[in-house]
Design a protein around this ligand. Structure first.
Ligand code: SAH
Length: 465
């Protein structure tokens, strides 16, 4: 971070603005809105500044001195902004402020700024300030405009309501973690919905009812979220996944979960890697099941983040079976499975009116060095076969499919690290795949797609990195 974002209380001290043009007027308005007492130093002022001076909301806050800058004016100032159109004057103000160790901002000159002013979105006491670090004010303004549409004006009232009931909630729920959970559910539930829809009375009634009816022990109950993290691209997460990621206390993840996705987990959450190798065995899985259980029993909100979809070759069912047996509440959130993610990003439709009316997902994991698959069901006309975990068993897979009647020239694609910046797609035939893999050495995770639809890649590939 190049700057420390802080929100400054400017009501106590005095602030000095040097300059009376448009740029100065914007800074002046911001200071005035924040309740600052400002000395404005400018021999002449423009229209926009004049308007601010005449604004009754700021009556008594701004004192205009129609004079040139002199270091003597810095006396007793706590903040200085130089915004004249004369770089020399700005430089003099800057030097003088520096000498007196008063924080100074020279407008549009990040190199001469102790602080910068962001582009501000105001919703009552809720403030969002956006900065591009002085690189592009236009970019900050555009971002702020996007946030305007995301954060409705009623957020201000919602903030007020929360502020009003803060103490009452504090008395009812003594633990910090209980209060955090209470507010999280209030702000995601009907209270917020009512407030944002303008039903203020109903929102307040509902909040009162929740405060009296929610038992503190309910808020100390552990829970497990089994969440699909998708194939890699964080944009493919569901809203629900993101919301639960933002409220977890502890997160168990494995190597299929991308760094970009992990970066979206709540910053205070404890991250625990339970990485699995290709040859992960029962004991390891049992350990993970127990870890989830133990943490939930401690009253934590446990997020089990799994690559792709937790119920597709993810052993998600086994992990929650242990929880169900112990009556631990849990939720399962689907994710984009590798087959969907890789197929979309490789431009290979899994079904297509002309080529495939069905699609099967199988695991190519070897058991005691062999593949135990229903071969004849895989060798069907007009069907796409997607093989997960198929790299190690590729030679046997290729041989068996041909042995059971699949044409040697059946198109097949390997998709390496689909949907990520390392995505690579190789198109070949079922007979040539093993050699291709030896030659190209794809890096795990890699998915195998077999069927006529693979031909469409050439025409439909769209994702390039
Ligand atoms: N639950 C996961 C699958 C876990 S099995 C899901 O729904 O996607 C692990 C296998 O998934 C890997 O061996 C690989 O074949 C496939 N896989 C997962 N993510 C992938 C990705 N980004 N690109 C290619 N294959 C992927």
């Amino acid at each position: 971070m190049e700057y420390l974002p802080v929100f400054l209380n400017v009501r106590q001290g005095r602030s000095l603005v040097v300059g009376g043009g448009d740029v100065a007027s914007r800074k002046l308005a911001l200071l005035a809105r924040a309740g600052a007492r400002v000395t404005l130093l400018a021999p002449e002022i423009g229209n926009s500044t004049r308007k601010i001076l005449a604004n009754p909301d700021y009556a008594g806050q701004i004192h205009w001195l129609p004079c040139r800058f002199d270091p003597a004016y810095l006396h007793a100032q706590t903040l200085v902004i130089a915004a004249t159109n004369d770089v020399n004057v700005n430089a003099v103000v800057y030097q003088a402020a520096k000498q007196r160790r008063i924080p100074v901002n020279v407008a549009d000159d990040p190199a001469h700024c102790d602080f910068i002013l962001g582009s501000v979105l105001e919703r009552g006491s809720v403030l969002v300030s956006v900065t591009s670090g002085g690189q592009s004010p236009v970019l900050s303004r555009q971002l702020r405009a996007r946030l305007e549409t995301l954060i409705p004006p009623a957020y201000g009232q919602l903030g007020q309501l929360v502020g009003h009931y803060r103490n009452k909630v504090k008395q009812r729920f003594t633990e910090t973690s209980q209060r955090r959970r209470f507010w999280e559910s209030v702000l995601q539930g009907p209270v917020a919905d009512h407030m944002l829809a303008g039903r203020t009375r109903l929102a307040e009634d509902t909040l009162n009812r929740l405060i009296s009816e929610t038992r503190p022990s309910e808020l100390s109950q552990g829970e497990v979220y089994l969440v699909g993290a998708g194939p890699g691209d964080p944009d493919l997460l569901t809203f629900k996944a993101l919301r639960l990621m933002q409220q977890a206390d502890v997160v168990f993840y494995d190597r299929l979960v991308s760094q970009e996705v992990l970066a979206l987990v709540r910053k205070e959450a404890e991250l625990i890697y339970v990485g699995k190798q290709r040859s992960w065995h029962f004991k390891r899985q049992e350990e993970i099941n127990l870890l989830l259980l133990e943490h939930a029993q401690q009253g934590k909100r446990v997020l089990r983040l799994k690559g792709g979809d937790p119920f597709i070759f993810g052993r998600g069912g086994e992990e929650i079976a242990t929880l169900a047996a112990e009556n631990i509440p849990f939720q399962v959130v689907p994710g984009v499975t590798a087959a969907s993610g890789c197929a979309s990003y490789a431009g290979i439709p899994l079904t297509h009116r002309d080529y495939a009316q069905s699609c099967v997902f199988v695991t190519g994991q070897l058991k005691a060095g062999e593949l135990d698959l229903n071969w004849s069901s895989l060798v069907q006309p007009r069907q796409t076969v997607v093989v997960y975990m198929g790299l190690a068993g590729l030679p046997e897979l290729s041989a068996q499919l041909q042995h059971h009647g699949m044409a040697a020239d059946m198109p097949a694609a390997l998709v390496q690290q689909g949907t990520t910046e390392n995505q690579r797609v190789w198109v070949s035939t079922i007979a040539d795949l093993p050699d291709l893999a030896i030659r190209e050495k794809p890096i795990a995770p890699t998915l195998l797609i077999i069927g006529e639809v693979v031909q469409l890649h050439q025409q439909l590939a769209w994702f390039s990195v």
